[in-house]
Design a protein. Structure first.
Length: 98
């Protein structure tokens, strides 16, 4: 199960976040989203956990918790599907044409 984390303190790195979620079960993958230019954290990321029950327990325990003095939001990541491009780009009219 893929988990979304928002409100991450900027000083948290992937190794630390992996260790925190690893307390709940095996972490398959983890990514803190970073600014393309500055390479600094944007304050959110994704963790993919091997076991759905362990991921749900991590969400239950960590959602709304204080992490370095910041309240974090942790929930199931939305599946945007194969056509999702992440926004931005290309179409100056602000909409898609089929």
């Amino acid at each position: 199960m893929k988990v979304f984390i928002a409100g991450l303190p900027l000083e948290v790195d992937e190794a630390e976040l992996s260790a925190v979620f690893g307390d709940f079960g095996p972490v398959r993958s983890l990514r803190i989203i970073k600014d393309r230019e500055t390479k600094e954290s944007k304050g959110f990321g994704f963790v993919e956990m091997a076991n759905d029950d362990e991921a749900k327990e991590a969400i239950r325990c960590m959602n709304g918790a204080s992490y370095y003095g910041r309240r974090i939001t942790v929930n199931v990541a939305e599946d945007k599907g194969p056509g999702f491009t992440g926004g931005g780009g290309g179409n100056k009219g602000g909409f898609r044409r089929n």
